[in-house]
Write a protein that binds this ligand. Structure first.
Ligand code: NAD
Length: 233
């Protein structure tokens, strides 16, 4: 029987390339996103699209119970702002923390229930280098540090129940998230992490796919750097 993978933010960027890999490998893919403009996959590809705003954290329990059991969960949806730390509104702070940290943790709690019953399951969280070395968007960095920490914590809680949970920490990746950043700032990002180029979304997707499928289960609770050898100054 076809295995099922649930991917948040599976419609764009890293999530889209992850969807593509799972489709190519004959999985049933369920994606969760706010919109599906220009999304190329449909039922014929065994892709089910759910429109949902993950900042509605309290609705995740119901959503996941309606979806039912999934074999793999890719916890990928996220946002980044370019707001100076002393100018952040309460609304923007709450929104980014809900999308980048509260929702991912709530998804893990809910999705893992049926994985525990099955005695097996895989979860991959999309963190960021920002959670390791800090970030000018202070709440973005904090949310990503939080998900790296949660990956470790959940591996000790869920590992003994048969669930493998890991994270990826990409450096800058060529997606819409970076497209809004001016060229000069992009160059300064490259300089600050000693890299000559940004990652391609496919490179991150391949790592997510490996963690979600083939990686030995003894690799649990870890966070894989995808950053071209970037080093914090
Ligand atoms: P992207 O903007 O192309 O994709 C973001 C995804 O999140 C989209 O699919 C979008 O639908 C989804 N999303 C955002 N808010 C949502 C909401 N409220 N409800 C439902 N879905 C929502 O950017 P991306 O680079 O592909 O980002 C994917 C993940 O990778 C994010 O968690 C991001 O923080 C992380 N990341 C990105 C970079 C980078 O440089 N692009 C680097 C490190 C980590």
């Amino acid at each position: 029987m076809r295995k099922t993978v649930l991917i948040t933010g599976g419609n764009k960027g890293i999530g889209l390339e992850t969807t593509r890999l799972f489709v190519q490998n004959n999985y049933k893919v369920i994606t969760i996103a706010r919109d599906y403009n220009n999304f190329e996959f449909n039922k014929n590809d065994n892709v089910e699209k759910i429109e949902y705003d993950v900042s509605n954290v309290n609705g995740i329990k119901d959503l996941v119970s309606k979806i039912g059991h999934v074999d793999i969960f890719v916890n990928n949806a996220g946002i980044m702002n370019s707001i100076p730390y002393d100018n952040y509104s309460e609304e923007n702070r709450d929104k980014i923390m809900k999308i980048n940290l509260y929702a991912p943790i709530e998804f893990i709690i809910q999705v893992s229930k049926s994985m525990i019953e099955a005695g097996t399951g895989r979860i991959v969280n999309t963190a960021s280098i920002a959670g390791q070395i800090g970030h000018p968007d202070i709440w973005y960095g904090a949310s990503k540090a939080g998900i790296i920490n949660a990956t470790k914590s959940f591996s000790t809680l869920l590992g003994p129940k048969g669930i493998v949970i890991n994270a990826v920490a990409p450096g800058p990746v060529e997606t819409n998230m970076m497209a809004v950043i001016p060229e000069q700032r992009k160059q300064s990002i490259k300089n600050s992490v000693f890299t000559d180029r940004f990652a391609k979304a496919e490179e991150v997707a391949k790592t997510i796919y490996w963690l979600a499928t083939e990686c030995p289960e003894y690799i649990n609770g870890t966070c894989i750097d995808i950053n071209n050898g970037a080093f914090p100054r």
